[in-house]
Design a protein around this ligand. Structure first.
Ligand code: ZN
Length: 169
């Protein structure tokens, strides 16, 4: 495994619409392992393939160990994820490993259900509420070339922070 360099905004590689992963995608196992290691090194809750410069529909998420959720501490690998259901609204603090040092309150759905494949190509569904739902939406936005700042009405909503927030994805 290797830590890869995280692409920072502004960079065109964060703005591409990512392609679906094919079953025989070359280097997929290595890419997934590297993304997990890169996310851990950066203390992120999630990381999407375009953040390491790869335009594929692939993302990894890991909720903090101490987070109150059955999936806390578990790495979730999502290949070709699609949101199939969403409900509720909230406006949590959000940050991004590609926009270090800034957070803002972003309008998100409270809960989302995502259909994806795991690294063994098995189809599964994950329903996330709160932080997990937020991370799923944030990462899937990346796969469409969208950043959380695109969801703000004004850049004045950005706040500078000393350290990365727990929700940096
Ligand atoms: Zn991000």
């Amino acid at each position: 495994m290797a830590v890869r360099e995280i692409v920072l905004h502004p960079d065109d590689r964060l703005r591409r619409k990512c392609k679906r992963v094919s079953r025989d995608e070359r280097g997929l196992e290595q890419l997934i392992d590297d993304m997990i290691e890169t996310m851990a090194e950066a203390h992120g809750v999630g990381l999407a393939a375009p953040q390491v410069g790869v335009p594929l529909r692939l993302t990894v998420i890991r909720l903090p160990e101490d987070y109150d959720d059955a999936r806390a501490g578990e790495v979730i690998v999502l290949v070709n994820p699609d949101i199939v259901k969403s409900a509720g609204e909230w406006e949590p603090d959000e940050g991004c490993l590609s926009i270090p040092g800034y957070v803002a309150n972003v309008k998100r759905q409270w809960s989302v259900t995502v259909r994806a494949r795991d690294r063994s190509w098995r189809e599964f569904r994950v329903r996330g509420e709160g932080l997990l739902g937020q991370a799923l939406q944030h990462e899937i936005d990346h796969l469409h070339g969208l950043l959380f700042i695109d969801r703000l009405e004004s850049m004045d909503q950005l706040r500078k922070v000393e350290r990365e927030s727990a929700a940096a994805t």
